[in-house]
Design a protein around this ligand. Structure first.
Ligand SMILES: [Zn+2]
Length: 618
């Protein structure tokens, strides 16, 4: 996405019109004072046709218009507006508040992300902001590259490579991309995608055709678009280099090359650049680099599996380092008081993935073959019913532990050249008093960051107030409750999850207030939602969602799998609550009030209790 700097005016005081009239003597009403929380001068609105503005006018008995359209004002003066955007990079808004003859006007100018406009009077054109992929790409020879671009509808579109090869691009008949905000909050799946556009073209060609030698060039294939008697050309802004398969580049993963010691030492891997986190590679993991696209590096995990990671998180090993691989030897399971530990001797620190089902945990090792002649149980622990292994591919090995109870948690680390998979014993739960004796960690979301409501309520203030109240309720029920923070000092995400693990949390719940991304209509999408990441946490998220809906009575946006750091810990069931939208005046007022905070807290406590009771009965 390209952002264009635009001159702007965001002068609340300077643009203010009539000053407030002198207040009557005894009980002066709050002053009429227009403030805009969003968009700020530095915000660039990412949506195309409509956007929300919100803020306060200082008192609830006044009326407000935005560009002439009436906007509802909450009794505390808060407002939110959903307004059409002009087809431009700047949008002027005139806000006029009126009460009993007193009027204040404020002009606000918002910046809007730039859009391409086809040139007038030309039959042929290329949207030069739409080239995909662009930048720097490294691939093995023979691997294909998908191309996409916007150009004049009905045109003949082709790519001329440096060697003279001509590759046609065809019209893409499928609908375009949806906005992520719509995917997250939209309740009607139909219509979430923009319709098929006649100006989107796609093509494919082997990497080596794009550029045999691009040293010094900005790109070396030329796109040619011809329509009627008109032809336009543009250099495709992509530089391609070829990786030599005879000289594999072996890298080691390290998410903290600066040695700050403040990270979780895990590098997330994605199946596609920008995709969902699917792997978590500990520092020291080695693999072959099989591709690169700008700041993303592709790791070849096995012949059929790849993962994209941040280029900043990999360090190349000396030239000539052989790719990791070999055979995995005999494994042993050792019972300990709170867990059982599986020790897997590895030939190298190969990439792995742990997945869980209701009653099983599976370790998948990449780039290795099985020589697991022995699987020693080390006693007959009641937690693990059975261990099994499989070799689903010549260079992938899985070891599965079938558990008697439901999965509660696990963690993995390298110990020298061994991999240790530690599986947690579930807590002994009393179905009558499931919370009694349990360790619950509550995480008041933010700071740093966090959303702001129309009257200026900060999310971290609301989440701490709710967490303190939920602590009181859970302690009354017999739990030991710990908060990741109890003051307003910023705390990064990893120290929060580390805190929960170090204190042996049986359950972790992170408390937040929601905010909309650009382009989502706040009047049709707001409500309660709860997120989880690991399968075992789905029941916790569902129980929290139900309890919060019962307490707060807001629209149920449902539970969802969300890629949040506080929902990802593997050692305990964890979920993240977004009970209300702080940007909606009524919901901000709820989050600001004692009564609303108690409701949110009761929902959290009741959800945790319902989850633990459900588990106690299984
Ligand atoms: Zn938040």
């Amino acid at each position: 996405m390209r952002w264009v700097a635009a001159a702007l005016c965001f002068a609340l005081a300077a643009c203010a019109g009539t000053p407030p009239a002198a207040a009557p003597a005894p009980a002066p009403a709050p002053a009429l004072r227009i403030s805009v929380v969003y968009p700020k001068a530095t915000d660039v609105v990412q949506s195309r046709d409509s956007a929300f503005l919100f803020g306060s006018i200082g008192r609830g008995d006044a009326s407000l218009t935005v560009n002439g359209a009436a906007v509802a004002v909450h009794p505390n003066g808060a407002w939110i507006a959903w307004v059409p955007l002009p087809d431009d990079t700047i949008a002027p808004f005139r806000l006029v508040a009126t009460v009993r003859g007193d009027t204040q006007a404020v002009d606000v100018t918002a910046r809007i992300v730039a859009r391409f406009h086809p040139p007038a009077g030309r039959a042929a054109w290329i949207d030069t902001t739409s080239f995909a992929p662009l930048g720097v790409l490294a691939l093995p020879p023979g691997e294909g590259v998908r191309l996409a671009v916007r150009a004049a509808p009905g045109a003949t579109v082709r790519l001329r490579t440096p060697s003279g090869t001509v590759v046609p691009l065809v019209r893409d008949p499928l609908p375009g991309e949806p906005a992520w905000g719509e995917r997250a909050f939209g309740t009607v799946p139909a219509g979430l995608r923009v319709p098929a556009s006649p100006d989107r073209y796609v093509g494919w060609l082997p990497a080596q055709w794009l550029c045999a030698d691009s040293a010094g060039g900005r790109g070396c294939a030329v796109l040619e678009v011809a329509a009627a008697a008109d032809t336009v050309r543009a250099l495709w802004p992509l530089r391609v280099t070829l990786l030599d398969p005879a000289r594999p580049v072996v890298v080691t993963v390290d998410d903290d090359t600066a040695r700050t010691g403040t990270t979780d030492s895990l590098t997330p891997g994605r199946a596609v650049p920008g995709g969902t986190y699917n792997w978590f590679f500990p520092t020291g993991t080695t693999a072959v680099m099989s591709g690169r696209w700008n700041d993303q590096v592709r790791l070849q995990l096995s012949r059929s599996a790849v993962a994209w990671v941040n280029a900043a998180d990999v360090v190349p090993l000396p030239e000539g380092t052989p790719p990791p691989g070999g055979a995995v030897g005999s494994v042993r399971l050792t019972p300990e008081s709170g867990s059982v530990v599986l020790r897997v001797p590895l030939p190298a620190l190969v990439p792995y993935q742990v997945t869980e089902d209701e009653h099983s945990v599976t370790l998948r090792l990449y780039g290795v073959a099985s020589d697991v002649n022995w699987m020693q149980y080390g006693g007959t622990d009641p937690l693990v019913r059975r261990m099994s292994y499989a070799q689903p591919a010549a260079d992938e090995l899985t070891i599965t532990l079938e558990l008697a109870p439901r999965v509660w948690g696990y963690r993995v680390r390298f110990d020298g050249r061994d991999l240790l998979l530690e599986i947690r014993r579930p807590p002994a739960l009393d179905a009558e008093h499931p919370v009694r004796g349990r360790v619950v960690v509550l995480d008041p979301g933010h700071p740093p960051l966090g959303a702001t409501g129309p009257t200026g309520l900060r999310e971290p203030v609301a989440t701490l107030a709710v967490a303190l109240k939920a602590k009181t309720l859970l302690e009354r029920a017999g739990a030991q409750v710990l908060l990741t923070r109890t003051d307003s000092f910023p705390m990064e995400l990893f120290p929060r999850t580390r805190f929960a693990e170090q204190h042996g949390a049986d359950v972790l719940v992170s408390i937040h207030a929601n905010a909309f991304p650009d382009g989502v209509n706040p009047f049709t999408n707001s409500g309660t939602s709860v997120y989880y990441f690991q399968p075992r946490s789905a029941d916790l998220a569902r129980a929290l969602d139900r309890a919060l809906i019962a307490e707060l009575g807001l629209r149920d946006l449902g539970m969802g799998r969300g890629d949040y750091a506080l929902a990802r810990p593997t050692w305990m069931p964890a979920a993240l609550t977004e009970a209300a939208f702080i940007m909606i005046p009524e919901q901000e007022a709820l989050l600001a009030s004692e009564d609303g905070q108690w409701k949110y807290a009761r929902g959290v406590a009741a959800g945790i209790e319902a989850f633990l009771r459900e588990r106690a009965q299984q």
